[in-house]
Design a binder for this molecule. Structure first.
Ligand code: ADP
Ligand code: MG
Length: 695
């Protein structure tokens, strides 16, 4: 069987399943082999019925004496069976599986695995696994049984059968792409053995060995591919290293016009960026800094130097609201120097306005120097994904800035860069990434850290507010608005990761309720992602102009919104958020010098949940909260939004720093002689292809 064959969408027993399997990321047969069990059920203890004891997890084999459906009050139904062998009888019960009586019949020989309980003075096997008994082979019982990540309509049991069949049909068919030297040096299983043992291990120890090999591969290949990307990048040249000394006066002028002095971290960041821009190779730098550390202004300075040297810049943000805000900030900083800033979002009219589109192209082609005075030309384009639109072209694109870069896919970053000739790239994020992990995910990038907050910032006082304190919290907010002129965000719960109509409805309902019943004397506004651009813009502007006291919003404000006079944020149903995300939301306040407050509303009574949320009262640094998330909820929480992370780690864990380091060294060692290992090179290629495919 060819493992690269896509799972057929019709005609076979996979018919119904192809689409469902796609939800699990399974598209070709090989993907099934890489659908890794999340755990194993140990059913390897095979016992005579007469010897089983309560509390044991066992497999028993015998003859079915009877099986029947039983209906009880309250819509529950039970399936009860009796099994016997030459040593005794045992009762079996399943819940709500009426079809079982059509699968299992009296006198069948079956094998049953599960936990034995005492129930009304009898031993009972509750909801056990079952299959027809076969002396020489069993799949679902009598062994270590793999349990798989499931999706609606695709059970672990079904997956187990299919994976078993694919393994059988394709035995030893996976290409070993690791060189022997690595396999020997690191004491790894071969890839075929590892795949077989990860699914159907003889012992848990074997499963561990299989895991070790597959985890090694995950990090090793990630490193190797980022080292490769870096090396390719380093081979490209910019057409024209920028001059800094020619523009000393202008740059000094820019410093003077800034409304504040930069923090030392910001200065260091600017220094690193300037050095890159003055170099012969295109910059590829990640600017990482906690919410409120002031990344925007650093990027604006980079765009300024880019402009002075005669080039255009692009600044791409993940949401329209954010793009508009950045457009305003950046215009304010750059237009005093004669730089025209242009906004591009899907709602702005550039698509309909063919003229504008054409003129951008024409005027750029006519002169090699950008004419910033022309009304259809610009030095800086700020926008959303709309910037990726193919008709938007730049003749002199020198610098691409990507804000909240974790929100963009690898492919989107590539598209925007292709609009220039090896332009410099500056990506920005507030997602705190420990250094080891940054090296894995972004090993091809240089890193600048803003590890310092602007002077005068105070910690945001944070309280957990249970249902009983809700009313007094509302009264306290009223008092704050009256006495200190504060402005308030109220963030409504979200249901899905992305904003849906349901979320919008929930926010609208909350808005009506708060307006009518809670904050009658104040002006409220409503902000969500489904509003028209013009309306979004107006709401935000009104909030900025203090025409609105309380802004009820969906988590669209999560990234980047900057309104320094807002000093209180209420987060409804806060238990639904991860700590790192709560920290991002909380970062919407505390952006000026006034004391700010964050109220975490929750109805949860779960002790663990409350403990987790309480951490927000004590911790104020994003990296520390991310660390806690990592411990309490696992790596998925922080890295869930990271494109690479989600797609590439199935076995390894980002908390395994030891393995990350080891595999990085190994990748560095092998990279110079990569050409000697064509199979490894090929594997890397398919991996990179997968990585750039859109979500
Ligand atoms: P983030 O890093 O979260 O993107 P922003 O760039 O939005 O942060 O900056 C947050 C706020 O801090 C903005 O209002 C900005 O004007 C202000 N700011 C940035 N740098 C400084 C500084 N050095 N001193 C005082 N305020 C600053
Ligand atoms: Mg920002």
């Amino acid at each position: 069987m060819n493992l690269q064959t896509p799972i057929p969408k019709g005609g076979s027993n996979f018919k119904l399943y192809a689409r469902r399997l796609e939800r699990l990321g399974v598209k070709i047969f090989e993907d099934l082999l890489y659908h890794i069990p999340s755990r194993y059920e140990d059913y390897s203890l095979i016992s005579k019925i007469g010897q089983v004891q309560a509390g044991e997890t066992v497999t028993v084999r015998g003859t079915v004496l009877e099986i029947k459906n039983e209906y009880t009050r309250g819509f529950k139904n039970l399936q009860k069976a009796k099994l016997s062998d030459d040593t005794g009888e045992i009762n079996i019960v399943w819940f709500n599986q009426p079809y079982l009586v059509r699968i299992i019949h009296a006198n069948d020989n079956i094998s049953i695995s599960g936990k034995v309980n005492w129930f009304s003075n009898k031993l009972v096997l509750q909801s056990p696994e079952y299959e027809l008994a076969n002396e020489s082979f069993s799949l679902h019982t009598g062994r270590l049984v793999p349990i798989y990540p499931e999706t609606k309509g695709v059970s672990s049991k079904w997956l187990r059968r299919q994976i078993y069949n694919v393994l059988k049909d394709s035995r030893q068919n996976l290409t070993e792409y690791l060189p022997d030297s690595i396999i020997n040096n690191y004491d790894l299983l071969g890839v075929n053995e590892a795949i077989e043992q990860i699914h159907f291990p003889k012992t848990l120890e074997n499963a561990e060995k299989a895991k070790k090999r597959l985890a090694f591969d995950e990090f090793f290949l990630m490193h190797l591919s980022s080292i490769q990307r870096r090396s390719t990048w380093r081979k490209t040249l910019v057409s024209n290293p920028y001059s800094i000394s020619n523009y000393k006066k202008e740059i000094e002028d820019f410093w003077k016009k800034l409304p504040f002095t930069l923090t030392n971290a910001q200065k260091r960041g600017v220094g690193e960026i300037f050095k890159d821009l003055a170099g012969k190779k295109p910059m590829n730098r990640l600017l990482e800094g906690d919410v409120g550390s002031g990344k925007t202004v650093v990027s604006a300075i980079a765009m300024f130097l880019n402009f002075l040297n005669g080039y255009q810049s692009v600044f791409m943000a993940p949401t329209e609201i954010l793009a508009i805000q950045h457009y305003n900030t950046i215009s304010k900083l750059l237009s005093p120097f004669g730089i025209k800033v242009q906004l591009f979002t899907s709602s702005s009219n550039f698509k309909k306005n063919k003229d504008l589109r054409l003129k951008i192209k024409e005027s750029d082609h006519k002169s090699s120097i950008v004419n910033h005075k022309s009304p259809t030309n610009f030095g800086v384009a700020v926008g959303t994904h709309a910037l990726l639109y193919e008709k938007i072209e730049f003749e002199k694109l020198g610098l691409v800035v990507i804000d909240e870069q974790q929100r963009f896919g690898v492919e989107q970053r590539a598209i925007i860069r292709r609009k220039g000739k090896n332009p410099h790239l500056l990506t920005m994020t507030a997602t705190p990434i420990p250094r080891t992990i940054a090296l894995t995910l972004y090993g091809d990038l240089d890193l600048s850290l803003l590890d310092e907050m602007p002077k005068g910032r105070k910690y945001i006082k944070t309280w957990l507010v249970g249902r009983e304190k809700r009313i007094s919290a509302y009264r306290w907010i009223e008092k704050q608005i009256k006495e200190t002129n504060s402005q308030v965000f109220i963030i409504c719960p979200f249901i899905e990761e992305s904003e849906t109509m349901q979320t919008v409805k929930a926010a609208s309902r909350e808005y009506e309720y708060l307006k009518k019943d809670v904050f009658k004397k104040f002006k409220l506004g409503l902000l969500h992602g489904k509003l028209k651009t013009r309306d979004k813009d107006k709401v935000l502007q009104d909030f900025r102009d203090k025409k609105i006291d309380i802004l009820v919003a969906t988590p669209v404000v999560e990234v980047g919104i900057d309104i320094p006079n807002a000093t209180i944020i209420v987060i409804e149903a806060s238990e639904r958020f991860g700590l790192a995300q709560l920290h991002q939301l909380r970062g919407r306040v505390g952006r000026g010098n006034k004391q700010s407050y964050c109220l975490l509303f929750t109805e949860s009574k779960n002790q663990e949940t409350l403990e987790r949320l309480k951490a927000m009262e004590r911790y104020h640094v994003g990296a520390e909260l991310a660390e806690l998330d990592l411990k309490m909820r696992g790596p998925g929480e922080i890295y869930g939004t990271m494109q690479h992370g989600r797609r590439m780690l199935k076995v390894a864990s980002f908390s395994d720093f030891e393995l990350i380091k080891k595999t990085r060294l190994c990748a560095q060692k092998i990279f110079p002689s990569l050409d000697e290992y064509p199979l490894l090179k090929e594997k890397l290629k398919t991996l990179n292809l997968k990585q750039v495919s859109p979500d």
